[in-house]
Ligand binder design. Structure first.
Ligand SMILES: [Fe+2]
Ligand SMILES: [Fe+2]
Length: 185
């Protein structure tokens, strides 16, 4: 599936706001991929597709997790929205995406994971700094992303995790493993 057809498909299934977010992630990922020597067309496609299941209701996500043998741990059961990443990868596959790098980037964009590929890290960061995102330190993170990709990833992940801490919610163990991998690499 090429970018043109992916956009056509997404236009039909996403709300205008989510479509705009995905467009922002795609273009930000393309820019990051260019500067980091990563495959630009894969980054753009993964950016477009990363949230393809983001608007599925919790019951539908949980049902699909069950029927596709995707593990639902206690934290995921309390926050089924986490499942939009692995189920988004499945959906993209059903739409004809076969590239394992792209599918892995979609699968890991929410929690992160240790040993993430460069493409997956680009999607993780682009998701947090694309032009439609608005939160207090986002401009600093956008600037940092141009200067030091790894530091930008660390600071963005720290921001995301502390946001969850401040809401007094549980940090998924996969996110913690990703964080520990990120700061030690
Ligand atoms: Fe997402
Ligand atoms: Fe997103």
């Amino acid at each position: 599936m090429d970018e043109h057809n992916i956009k056509k498909q997404l236009k039909q299934v996403l709300s205008p706001a989510l479509y705009a977010h995905c467009a922002g992630v795609s273009s930000t990922a393309g820019v990051l991929a260019t500067s980091l020597g990563c495959d630009v067309s894969k980054a753009r496609v993964a950016g477009w597709l990363h949230d393809c299941a983001r608007e599925w209701p919790s019951a539908k996500l949980l049902h699909h997790a069950q029927t596709n043998s995707i593990e639902v741990d206690a934290i995921t059961l309390r926050s089924p929205v986490i499942l939009h990443a692995p189920i988004g990868a499945l959906l993209a596959q059903q739409w004809g995406v076969t590239d394992t790098d792209i599918l892995a980037a979609i699968r890991t964009h929410t929690l992160g994971t240790p040993d993430m590929t460069l493409l997956a890290q680009i999607i993780y960061l682009a998701d947090k700094i694309e032009p439609n995102r608005q939160y207090p330190c986002v401009d600093e993170l956008r600037q940092l992303a141009k200067l030091d990709f790894h530091q930008a990833l660390i600071q963005t992940t720290a921001h995301t995790i502390s946001f969850i801490l401040h809401k007094q919610q549980a940090i998924h163990p996969v996110s913690l493993s990703y964080w520990n991998w990120l700061i030690n690499k």
